[in-house]
Design a binder for this molecule. Sequence first.
Ligand SMILES: [Mg+2]
Length: 399
Amino acid sequence: MVPAVRQIVHVDLDAFYASVEVLLDPSLRGKPVIVGGSPEGRGVVSSASYQARACGVRSAMPVAQALRLCPQAIRVSPSHGVYGKHSRAVMEVLEGYTPVVEQLSIDEAFLDLTGCEALWGPAPEVARQIQERVRDECGLPCSLGVATNKLVAKIACGQGKPQGLVIVPPGQEAAFLAPLAIETLWGVGEAMGRRLRELGVTTIGQLAERSEAELVRLFGEGGGRLHGAAQGLDDSPVHTERERRSISQEHTFGANVADRQTLQRRLLSMADHLAAGLRREGLVAQTVRLKLRYDDFETVTRQVTLDQPTDQADVLYGQALGLLDAHWNRQRLVRLIGLGASGLLREGGYQLELFDHSDQRNARLSHTLDEIRARFGRHAITRASLLRDQFTGPEPSDE
Ligand SMILES: [Mg+2]
């Protein structure tokens, strides 16, 4: 039987990248910190400490603009290869309380603590403990929201930031949401927000007073969902069973291989296929795994956790090459090579703030390629480097 009242906690690390940078360099503590590429390189802000946010700096803003708003800010380039580990440590703390953890992105998760009260105490108490443990054991600040559903827990968490803990007791959902701006609701984008404001609806409470029929007339199917959300209703479960935990490809060579070119080319083609598969399923991967089997059947598997989950072939390929160079014993012949992607998250959880301009361009290009392949077949487009090799022999080595 499903209990009438659920206990959902939303945990979100505060200014995650910037907080990790402070952890790595304590002299940054308390200062306005901007994590992002160089302003000359048209970098964008990946993350900003709350001291920088106080000057108006926001994620996804060009770094040059951020530094004009906050000239005293310290800009730090993203420490690639580090954030994933810190994220994992936090998720392990959460998983100690319940297996029902849904990781939304690198720094954000839902827990369903329904039925855990006898074991851990009331959910608000558990949330307080989690906040302390993440601070003490992982060195990172986080905010939490506790409510009877995901929608309200996430909004509650956002309202308390930074280092907040906001509890919405059962039955108080609609009252809690009522004074908040309509844009706070999931699914209310810029255009819908503008439309609602034109109708005199600026708060969630005012939205809740509109009839479902009116909202459906205005916004179609989305209007029905909006009506429920405005009342603080949401029965979506905390998803733990990801449909697929990993995807992978393997290739056994006809003749054992000693040259890097052949391995490299095979990795590129596998990265292309895996990335297309991820995009088709609306997933992004956090971990890239390389498998090598030598001619004596000894098998080596090595993996790397990404800072930013990806569905991009170039990223998978780059990581795979790094693993190959670090772990392939060149004295030995390779019989089989495999590439896998795991730690799969639904793409919706992929924070926009983690993209920079070039990622967005790549994402658009990849989606276009997927569409062409869907219409004309998988082999309609092949990467130039694969073709070059196929028709004109090996490309120059980049070793
Ligand atoms: Mg966060």
